[in-house]
Design a protein around this ligand. Sequence first.
Ligand SMILES: C[S@@+](CC[C@H](N)C(=O)[O-])C[C@H]1O[C@@H](n2cnc3c(N)ncnc32)[C@H](O)[C@@H]1O
Length: 273
Amino acid sequence: MLVSPDNRDVTEEFAERYGTAQPDVALKIESNVLGGRWGANGYTTMVQADMLATQAQLDPSTRVLDVGAGRGWPGLYLATTGCEVVLVDVPLAALLTGSQRLAAEGLTRRASVAAGSVTGLPFRSASFDAVVHADVMCCLRPKITALRECLRVLRPGGVTAFFVIHLSPGVTHSQRRRAIRDGPTFVTSSHSYPEMLEAAGFTDIRETDYTASYGDTARAWGEQRERFEKELTDAIGGAAFEERQADGRAKVRAIEDGILHRALLTARRPSRD
Ligand SMILES: C[S@@+](CC[C@H](N)C(=O)[O-])C[C@H]1O[C@@H](n2cnc3c(N)ncnc32)[C@H](O)[C@@H]1O
């Protein structure tokens, strides 16, 4: 699997997270925060997953790739709306949970899983109508390679739509250090997402800011964990609970201080290359 050496630590960290069974209280919290119980690992609410579906122009005839799908969010939910979905990610534990869930949901004809890195996708060129991802590009590099791979597997005229956390433009050096400490591991990039999409060969590029709802969701994660403190502490231990809350508070501060942003990007593979 083509995972770049500096991305390996991140995928190993995710593998460890996905390797631990989720306690029921975690799904209860996720339902209160995001509106669904899919084992999500980010900030994409149900409403935003519907927005991804709209932007990616999904319908029952669409074949869509969910990159970095983790346990299946948002891809498996999108499959319940009628399109055909392939989930791809690196940690096998996440894919195992995803495949058990797709079987339990009766989605075996419409959804499947594949192990692979977005920097070297295990699919033929032009084999998808749409590529979506949620809070994935901020967890990996090299980003341009990943975007080029997304373009390659899209059919000409196909659409990509994704949410991503990124560094606010014009931050100071110390704010940048704070973003790296408190945000996703690879939150920084030397070019903006529209620039990188263009460099990768995409056209019709649009960016919509979702920072306000990112702040709301980040606060909601903290509030809901607090609300279920007893159950969560029993499930994961007091130290892990305190660590999650401290990480969450640092993130909320970075969002409120205007350092971390979140956006929805959409773009198209040109009809003719
Ligand atoms: C923040 S999680 C988001 C998971 C899921 N999309 C969600 O919203 O719950 C980031 C995901 O990106 C995946 N990831 C990191 N590097 C990757 C790579 N090179 N190729 C594919 N997926 C990768 C991780 O394994 C993880 O599942």
